[in-house]
Every structure is written in structure tokens, then in C-alpha cells.
Design a protein around this ligand. Structure first.
Ligand code: PLP
Length: 456
């Protein structure tokens, strides 16, 4: 075992051994969404984390500007979660949730729906955001079929949308590279236009004024395909992975109206916006727009244990409960749906969010965050800055003929200077843990300012 992992220095801590330095074999692990050859030539290791900081393989403190991958909302190294996970493994390590139950899954479902509006009051568990999306799409299709509207099979996504990497998700998703290599995808899918237009809404603070009319494109798709063929529309309330696109004022409301008019289900993919990112439990609370289905993951366990979930409205759940009582009502589920350990991690996470008032903290620092982000507006290469809640993006002008190169260089330089940011093409996306304080905000944007002044 040691031979496999350690050529680097071993550091003994009270409870565990942490590996510093470079593993002896970098080849075997095919890294996801990574330039593998570049990484393996110039590796960057994160070996420990606490609060707002990672420790890098070379022993430096790296400010986490991305909450890992938009998921570590309560900050790193949370003792309460570790203890809950350990206790759960010792009490009940695994139990199936097919035709059997364990208490933590029911307790968690109950807790999760508490802050949700209206009758969004049922939870289906998955292990990731991608699986939550597949589950939501299948629920939408089967819901209509059970109601005798089986012709509603069409799914509408949005350009630049990210809904994970499984076939349903990339079909409704709108990021070219995530789709184009993978064949025909799902049939019967169409897309709304994305809402980003630099001429109209660059440097908006919060929601852009321009763009509500883009929701009316849904009316055009209804004319084209007929409402009787459309099952659902899925959007991220804020398109995150593509580079943080904030919805124009009135846009989500308008989508809701049109969906109501034509009996189309509205799905919000809240894998990023859920669990306090906007200073409220979910984006639905923040925007006051209530979808029929919500997908979540990431912050549900503070990123500690893989978990996702789908929230559905009472009427949808009831529609599935019409068949014979002893027959399976939804032919879908994962071995690890509602895994006891993930449930324990999530319950402990929700306790932290609540006890520490982390969502209210976002509201307290949001203005400072916004001002700090927009202070970079006059720096070289900056085309746009966008923000809402504890999210922001800086869009850089691409180097001619080399899209993404400037974004990647910015990411590398920031890492060298002790700050982790995420490059989505030439957009630098920021989504720090919600425990962030003003001095961290200063460090984050101060480093970015330095780097943007240095790079070509
Ligand atoms: N949906 C959205 C909006 C996301 O941002 C992500 C991941 O970033 C996903 C789905 C997929 O989640 P996962 O990577 O857990 O499958």
C-alpha cells in the first residue's frame, strides 16, 4: 500500500497520516475534466484542508475560492460532520432503501423540505448532481404518462446549461464540448437561448436589467413543437459551470408563467445554488419563483460524502401513488440512494448551516463581495464581471486563436500565488465557502488583481 502512494514525506498528525509530496505513479488515474498530460507534467496536489484554506503538496496555504467544486459551503475539516459519519458507520454502515428503510433517510428528507416553499415536500435521493438530473427528467416523463399525457416526452434545456455528465444531462445541457463527442444523445430535446449578452448586460451588479424577453423563446418552442409534446423545462437558476450567468430580472418568473400556461413542468437545477449560495436555503427562496422539481447535490453534505437529491411537489408524488399499493411506484433508484453515511453527513451539515447562521452571513458580506469583485473592472483583459450572493465570475477576453488559454493561465498563476479559482474557459468562476470573511475576500480579489496585471 505504501509503495503505491508514497514517495513523498509522511506527516504524522494526531489522528491520521497525511501524504505530502508526489505519489510515485501519476499515470494510472485518468483524471476527470482535466488536461491529464499538462497536470502530470506539472502536478498540483491538495493534501489537507481546514476552514477557508487547503494545504498544497509543497506545504503552502491555498485560499479556497471555489469551495472545492462549489460544494464545501461550511468550510473544510468540520469536526461535527466527521464525528457524525464515524458514528453512523459504527451504528449502521449500510442498509438498502429498496423495500427497506433506515431512520436517517426519513429524518433527512423531513429536514430538507422544511425551508422549501409551497408543496415541494418529497425527496428522492441520489449520489450526485448528475444522477439527480437523470432522476428529475425521468420523474417528469413518467408523471405525464401516468396522467394520460404520454405524448409529453420533449425536454427543453438551455444553451450553456450544465446538468452533469450523464446522457439525459448532456442532452438538455448546452455546453458544446460536453455533448459533441457522444453521439445522438436523447432525442426530442430542444434548448432555450442562454441569457448572456456582453453588449447588453456587462458589469451588472446582481441581476441584469436586460434579457427578460429571452424567456419568451419558450413560447416559440411551444408553437414549434406543441405543448402536448413538452414534458419539462430544466434550467439552472444561475448557470454556474459555464461561468456564472445571472438570470435577468423577471426571467425566471416569466418561465414559470409560460410553464403554467401550457402544463409544462419547471425544473430548477440547484446543484450549485442550493444550500445558501445566494444567502437563502435555495434559489427558489431567493428569487421567489417556485418550480415543480428541484435537483440538489454538493452542499447537501458539505462535499464530504457523495449525495444528491430531487425535491418534487405533492401533486407529482401523489400521481405516482395511484397504482396497486403493493406494486413499486417508480422503477428507479440507486444502490446508494439515501446511503446512511451520506444522510448522517448531511444532517450534521444542515446543523452547521443552521447553528452558525451561514446563509445570513452570506447576506451580510454580499455587498462587500460585490464591490470587491467589481473593483477588478478596469484591469487588463476583463470583459465582464458578474455576481450574486456568494458567486462571481470575471470574464476575460480570449487570446485570439487560443480560447481558454488566458483563463487557464490565470488559474495557474493564482494557484502559484496561493489562491484556488476555477477557470471555465476564459471565465474565472468564484464560489468560496460561505464562512468567508472580509479579509479572505481581500486576499482573493487582491491576488486576482495582481495576476491579471501580470499576464499577457
Ligand atoms: N447540475 C449542476 C447545475 C451542476 O453545477 C453540476 C456540477 O457541477 C451537476 C448538475 C452535476 O453534479 P455532479 O458533478 O455531482 O454529478
Amino acid at each position: 500500500m505504501l509503495q503505491m502512494v508514497a514517495r513523498g514525506i509522511m506527516w504524522e498528525s494526531a489522528v491520521e497520516t497525511i501524504h505530502f509530496g508526489t505519489p510515485s505513479d501519476l499515470d494510472a488515474f485518468w483524471m476527470p475534466f482535466t488536461a491529464n498530460r499538462q497536470f502530470k507534467a506539472q502536478p498540483r496536489f491538495l493534501v489537507a484542508a481546514e476552514g477557508m484554506y487547503y494545504t498544497s503538496g509543497d506545504g503552502r496555504q491555498i485560499l479556497d475560492g471555489t469551495a472545492g467544486l462549489w460544494c464545501v459551503n461550511a468550510g473544510h475539516g468540520r469536526q461535527e460532520i466527521a464525528e457524525a459519519v464515524q458514528a453512523q458507520i459504527l451504528r449502521l454502515d449500510f442498509a438498502p432503501t429498496f423495500q427497506m428503510g433506515h431512520p436517517a433517510a426519513f429524518d433527512l428528507a423531513h429536514r430538507l423540505v422544511e425551508p422549501l416553499p409551497n408543496d415541494l415536500n418529497h425527496v428522492f435521493f441520489t449520489n450526485s448532481g448528475s444522477e439527480a438530473v437523470e432522476t428529475a427528467l425521468k420523474i417528469a416523463l413518467m408523471y405525464h404518462r401516468l396522467r394520460g399525457e404520454g405524448s409529453r416526452q420533449r425536454l427543453i434545456g438551455r444553451e450553456r446549461g450544465y446538468h452533469g455528465v450523464n446522457f439525459g444531462g448532456i442532452s438538455v445541457g448546452g455546453i458544446g464540448n460536453n455533448r459533441k463527442f457522444f453521439g445522438n444523445l436523447l432525442t426530442g430535446v430542444d434548448h432555450l437561448p442562454h441569457t448572456h449578452n456582453i453588449e447588453e448586460n456587462a458589469f451588472s451588479r446582481g441581476q441584469p436589467q436586460w434579457g427578460v424577453h429571452l424567456a419568451d423563446e419558450l413560447e416559440r418552442l411551444v408553437v414549434l413543437h406543441d405543448a402536448s409534446t413538452i414534458a419539462a423545462v430544466i434550467v439552472e437558476p444561475i448557470a454556474g459551470a459555464t461561468g456564472v450567468l445571472i438570470p435577468p430580472i423577471g426571467y425566471l418568473e416569466r418561465l414559470r408563467e409560460i410553464c403554467n400556461k401550457y402544463g409544462i413542468l419547471l425544473i430548477f437545477d440547484e446543484v450549485i445554488t442550493g444550500f445558501g449560495r445566494l444567502g437563502k436555503p435555495f434559489a427558489t427562496n431567493y428569487f421567489g419563483v417556485v418550480p415543480d422539481i428541484i435537483t440538489v447535490a454538493k452542499g447537501i453534505t458539505n462535499g464530504t460524502i457523495p449525495m444528491g437529491a430531487v425535491f418534487v411537489r405533492q401533486g407529482i408524488y401523489e400521481t405516482f401513488m395511484q397504482g396497486p399499493e403493493n406494486a413499486v411506484d417508480f422503477f428507479h433508484g440507486y444502490t446508494y440512494s439515501g446511503h446512511p453515511v451520506a444522510c448522517a453527513a448531511s444532517l450534521a451539515t444542515l446543523d452547521i448551516y443552521e447553528k452558525e447562521g451561514l446563509f445570513a452571513h452570506v447576506e451580510e458580506v454580499a455587498d462587500y463581495w460585490e464591490n470587491a469583485a467589481h473593483s477588478l473592472g478596469d484591469l487588463p483583459h476583463v470583459l465582464d464581471i458578474r455576481n450574486l450572493g456568494m458567486l462571481a465570475a470575471i470574464e476575460l477576453e480570449p487570446i485570439s486563436g487560443k480560447p481558454s488559454a488566458r483563463g487557464f493561465e490565470t488559474f495557474l498563476r493564482c494557484y502559484e500565488q496561493g489562491v484556488l479559482v476555477r477557470a471555465a474557459g476564459d471565465n474565472i468562476a468564484l464560489s468560496p465557502p460561505l464562512i468567508i470573511e472580509k479579509h479572505h475576500i481581500d486576499q482573493l480579489f487582491g491576488t486576482l488583481a495582481e495576476v491579471l496585471s501580470q499576464i499577457n
